[in-house]
Design a protein around this ligand. Structure first.
Ligand code: HEC
Ligand code: HEC
Length: 469
């Protein structure tokens, strides 16, 4: 009897506890539900819906939109004629990348087994037709040959993870294609006269063979966005810390990653142009020759921008009904800022113990944090510095309106240092012209330029830290 009574008490206590627990749980859940339902309706829901739509639209534009630039690359330069007879092996050697997601499983299997004829130009046309060649959009005749071709942002600012074969795999939006030889590709165009005519505005004597020489001097992973503004093809003297390290160095800069850029004020290597959306409009209209509107009265300065001033490149305007760029800028901007930097894996991509010591140095003895401010890795605010301050030559800085260099992002450096998703010979290369082959070269140079007094061990630790960002 007594035992039964104890049992009843125990059941009652347990029941009370369960009810109390349930009450607390229900109350918390109701709060979360209210929060969630608010997010799914009304003004908050509109924001969420808008952000998802912007990312979707922006991704599509970034990957596949030519902005109508086929009227330049295809209809004017006739680049499609080259693609019609280009074997896939040559396309891959020029650095073009293939998105495996766009291919059928049987084609992927055939590629893996080496059964696809990489010498057959028909295969190149098929790959373009399936929208699998990053940044290349084909326009086809009924018989399967190309009648025109356009280019997209993804050409330079995307690569693949090589998961199927070298140069073939899943897309990585925003990661620079360090293998792409833009200059060599443009140099194959059957009609370069429009490019020659433009550059003649700065140098009347320039010929097609001069232009070919310049284009072929760039090499993989580089492009010269300022050439078509100022006509300057080479840096007469590359100088680091007062020492001349090169003469007549090609003026092309490395293609930067377009990831991890949210929170950065000024963009590109030299900053002073403006924000991401400024640069997007500029590139789409002035560089890619999309059909759109672009305005920048700074280009009227004929001393700094002889080509742009003469060609009125700061005053390009099309009527809104024909503008294929302006309406796409918001989503494109939103998408780019949504791309996070790639994350390194401890003990695989960097040594965690050494990186922890490097962290102390970065904001201490090495003084890197004074410009590359953690965790943005650039200055919150006005993020650029003069060439004198950096103790390097001002050639590239002086080609931009700000006459300065932008404090570059450091997130994701391990990809380049380790040479991931690129041909081994193209790995490394830091600073705008790639003057430093490795991160240790960068650390050594800062040590000399700013008399930091770092030991070899400290430089090693600093490099491991840079690889951990
Ligand atoms: C032919 C290759 C090429 C194409 C195509 C191209 N870019 Fe770029 N992009 C570059 C290079 C090179 C730079 C660096 C320019 C400089 O600093 O002078 C750059 C810089 C940028 C930056 C600045 C990144 C940073 O670190 O701040 C953004 C953003 C960008 N591009 C977006 C785009 C968009 C959007 C498109 C398509 C409309 C596009 N690019 C097309 C080569 C290219
Ligand atoms: C005075 C400001 C300043 C300081 C101090 C500074 N940097 Fe930089 N850093 C820059 C600028 C500006 C650039 C871009 C240079 C260019 O355009 O070539 C840069 C570029 C880099 C790059 C190359 C990024 C790339 O994408 O190629 C690395 C790596 C780097 N810095 C690391 C460091 C380290 C490590 C330190 C400390 C030892 C340091 N920086 C100190 C301003 C600074």
């Amino acid at each position: 009897m007594k035992r039964k009574f104890t049992c009843t008490i125990a059941v009652l206590i347990f029941g009370a506890c369960a009810m109390l627990y349930y009450a607390v749980w229900a109350q918390r859940n109701a709060a979360a539900f209210a929060d969630d339902s608010q997010r799914r309706s009304g003004f908050d829901a509109a924001v969420l819906q808008n952000s998802l739509q912007m990312v979707e639209d922006g991704r599509k534009i970034f990957r596949f939109d030519t902005f109508g630039d086929e009227s330049f690359w295809g209809d004017t330069l006739h680049l499609h004629q080259v693609l019609n007879t280009l074997p896939p092996s040559t396309a891959l050697a020029l650095g073009l990348k293939i998105d495996s997601h766009a291919l059928s499983p049987s084609l992927i299997e055939a590629i893996k087994q080496g059964k696809v004829n990489l010498g057959d130009p028909a295969v190149t046309r098929l790959l373009i037709k399936q929208n699998s060649v990053l940044g290349v959009v084909g326009f086809f005749n009924g018989n399967g040959t190309l009648r025109s071709v356009g280019l997209t942002c993804a050409l330079c600012h995307s690569t693949v993870d090589d998961s199927v074969a070298p140069n073939i795999g899943r897309r990585i939006d925003g990661l620079a294609n360090r293998d792409l030889n833009v200059g060599a590709i443009v140099a194959t165009a059957p009609n370069l006269q429009p490019v020659v005519d433009l550059l003649k505005l700065a140098d009347a004597g320039i010929t097609v063979s001069d232009v070919l020489k310049v284009l072929n001097s760039w090499g993989p992973g580089k492009f010269d966005a300022e050439l078509f503004l100022d006509g300057k093809a080479t840096n007469p003297q590359q100088v680091t810390n007062g020492v001349v390290t090169g003469m007549n160095v090609p003026g092309a800069t490395l293609i930067p990653n377009a990831r991890g850029l949210a929170g950065h004020n000024l963009h590109t290597w030299t900053g002073g142009w403006g924000t991401v959306t400024y640069w997007n409009a500029f590139v789409a209209v002035v560089e890619m020759h999309g059909v759109g509107t672009f305005f920048d009265p700074r280009f009227d300065d004929a001393a700094q921008f002889p080509v742009a001033a003469a060609a009125h490149l700061g005053h390009i305007s099309v009527d809104p009904d024909h503008d294929q760029v302006t309406g796409k800028l918001p989503a494109l901007h939103f998408f780019q800022l949504a791309l996070p930097a790639l994350k390194p894996r401890p003990a695989i991509d960097f040594d965690p113990a050494a990186a922890a010591r490097g962290d102390e140095l970065f904001s201490g003895k090495a003084n890197c944090n004074s410009c590359h401010h953690e965790p943005l890795w650039t200055e919150p605010g006005w993020n650029q510095h003069s060439a004198d301050e950096l103790k390097i030559d001002g050639f590239e800085a002086d080609r931009a309106p700000g006459h300065a260099y932008r404090t570059m992002n450091l997130a994701g450096l391990f990809v380049r240092e380790r040479g991931l998703f690129m041909h081994p010979e193209n790995k490394g290369r830091f600073y705008h012209d790639g003057r430093f082959k490795t991160l240790l070269d960068v650390a050594n140079s800062y040590n000399d330029r700013f008399s930091l007094g770092l030991t070899d061990q400290e430089k090693h630790d600093l490099v491991e830290y840079l690889k951990s960002l």
